[in-house]
Design a protein around this ligand. Structure first.
Ligand SMILES: [Zn+2]
Length: 286
């Protein structure tokens, strides 16, 4: 068995105390290769360093949508520079994330008083403007990195959360020029097929092992070989029976085993299929 964890955050401080141990545990679980994913300029540089130091570790570089506001003026040149390292296999993770918009995270004690006394709520308007600015900043950073991916001929790792339509509409501007993997896919089979029809792929995390994840289990059961990969998104999303604990790359095996069970096949078969898909998509050879 040769599995690839196609989405890990090995640079995160969660692994500082025992990173080497965790890499060994991955090998013991036959998770032979890991792609560590950049989320900011500094984390991308750290990902490149890790991939350069450890055989079997590859990396992506990019600025995550939630970090878009902090990206800074020179970020794109920094990312471009990092791409010259051979271990870089894609731009990512990039995309759109509307899960926590400014209007939803800010405490708003005045709102109720105002709403009760005026017919048009001025805070509503202010929130709208702030949310739009936040979304526009993400879209700009997403597009700039998509342009870079086209320029360098790299594929992308897509982070999409609560922003399905806007993500697809931006990607549509790049149709036929860049392929993406929608990582941590949690949607229905129709949505997955829509992505595949556009030339993209999906990948499954430990969520597929959760009891309440019927929809994504159905997707994992039905998608054709060659359309999906496996990942952990560690340190997040530890699969059953580790749910709630720190996740690590060795858990990729539990994800693959669950998918094998759902599809009535063996973990060997799932490993062969998802590893071939990852090799083709990220264009690397062992
Ligand atoms: Zn991630």
């Amino acid at each position: 068995v040769h599995l690839i964890d196609t989405h890990a955050h090995l640079d995160y401080s969660d692994f500082d105390a025992d990173r080497d141990l965790i890499l060994r545990r991955a090998r013991d679980a036959e998770v032979a290769e890991i792609i560590t994913i950049g989320t900011r300029v500094d984390s991308s540089a750290a990902a490149v360093k890790l991939a350069s130091a450890h055989p079997g570790v590859w990396c992506t570089v990019g600025v995550h949508p939630s970090e878009a506001g902090e990206a800074g003026a020179g970020y794109l040149d920094e990312i471009r520079k990092l791409c010259s390292v051979k271990r870089v296999v894609a731009i990512g993770e990039i995309g759109l994330d509307y899960h926590r918009l400014p209007s939803q995270i800010k405490p708003d004690p005045l709102r109720e008083t105002f709403a009760a006394t005026v017919s048009q709520d001025p805070l509503e308007l202010r929130n709208q403007i702030e949310d739009d600015a936040y979304k526009n900043a993400q879209a700009l950073v997403f597009r700039e990195q998509l342009d870079l991916a086209v320029e360098l001929g790299l594929n992308i790792v897509v982070h999409q959360r609560d922003a399905w339509e806007d993500t697809l509409s931006i990607l549509d501007e790049y149709r036929g020029q860049v392929r993406g993997v929608f990582h941590c896919f949690g949607g229905a089979v129709d949505q997955a097929r829509e992505l595949v029809a556009l030339g993209h792929l999906i990948s499954f995390t430990g969520i597929v092992t959760f009891k309440n994840a019927k929809q994504v289990q159905e997707t994992a059961r039905l998608m054709e070989p060659g359309t999906f990969m496996v990942e952990t998104d560690c340190p997040y999303l530890a699969p059953h029976p580790h749910r709630g604990q720190r996740c690590e790359p060795s858990h990729t095996r539990l994800v693959a085993e669950k998918i094998a069970e759902l599809r009535g096949t063996t973990v060997q078969r799932i490993a062969e299929q998802t590893t071939a898909t990852a090799r083709e998509f990220f264009r690397f050879n062992p």
